[in-house]
Design a protein around this ligand. Structure first.
Ligand code: AKG
Length: 277
């Protein structure tokens, strides 16, 4: 155990159409990350299925009953680690969500976050996507504790909404984790910039974990990334299947917060960010 934090692994796995193969591959990579000392392993958005509105219904599972939850719970317990289980489509009461689950070293489900801002954009000649055709959005901020650190969850498009990240900072988070799958249009433009912005604005670590870039269907940008509380990129993958590691030191959050005390200097007499739920 590191003195002021823990070792994290971001697993940028390749995802195909075969659910069981996707689970087996993720499970093998979790094992590898543990062998290299990871205490927290984080997976990408939609790691059990190809990413696309036409796939959500077929691959959806209820939580924690389905095979994807089972694999994550068993892997967390077997390796005695925390797992942030990327996302997979969740079915609940005949509705579908894009959902991130978190498992503790006993294999218990300790947090569940449903994507709050659905990915509906239209860039002609670039990318058009409409998650809201099939998915419902979540409405809860979700945090959990590990090794004394409060962690907040978001999913991909949620990265664009600075208010969500700020509310997590106000709730005491020092790490925000976003499984995500940016594309070949917005990836090169915004992926790194958004993460550095959220980290810098809120003086915390940011993880974003992408699937590896495949050759068919939705082409993910890759480049899973760890950004520190100063806004510096401290680890970044390329686009293929890869695990990146980072030894986190949460005293960096304390330092930047004390040295650049923007949260004590906010003009909340003029503006505010209020948590309504
Ligand atoms: O915001 C973007 O450009 C990409 C978002 C995305 O791919 C997603 O929400 O799944």
């Amino acid at each position: 155990m590191l003195q002021n934090g823990f070792r994290a692994a971001l697993v940028q796995c390749l995802v195909g159409k075969d659910r069981l193969k996707n689970l087996e591959n993720a499970s093998n990579l979790i094992h590898k990350a543990k062998s290299n000392g990871a205490q927290l392993v984080a997976l990408p958005e939609c790691f059990n299925s190809p990413y696309g509105t036409k796939f959500f219904d077929e691959y959806a599972e209820s939580i924690p009953d389905g095979p994807t939850s089972k694999m994550l719970s068993e892997a967390a317990k077997k390796h005695s680690i925390y797992i942030i289980g990327g996302t997979f489509p969740e079915r609940d009461d005949n509705k579908l969500y894009n959902t991130c689950t978190v498992w503790n070293p006993n294999g218990d489900l300790i947090a569940k976050f449903r994507k709050m801002h659905l990915f509906d954009i239209d860039i002609p000649g670039g990318i058009t996507f409409k998650e809201s055709d099939i998915l419902c959005s979540g409405r809860d901020l979700v945090t959990f504790e590990m090794f004394g650190v409060t962690v907040g969850l978001g999913i991909c498009y949620d990265l664009r909404f600075e208010e969500l990240a700020k509310l997590y900072r106000i709730k005491g988070c020092k790490l925000l984790v976003y499984p995500g799958a940016f594309n070949m249009t917005t990836g090169p433009l915004h992926w790194e910039l958004l993460q550095r912005s959220r980290a810098l604005d809120n003086q915390l670590y940011v993880f974003a974990i992408s699937p590896a870039r495949g050759e068919h269907g939705y082409i993910a940008w890759g480049h899973s990334q760890v950004t520190d509380p100063w806004g510096k990129v401290v680890a970044q993958a390329k686009h293929g299947e890869e695990i990146i590691y980072s030894d986190l030191d949460f005293t960096e959050c304390d330092k930047v917060r004390a040295q650049i005390p923007i949260f004590d200097q906010r003009r909340t007499d003029i503006y505010d960010t209020v948590c309504k739920i």
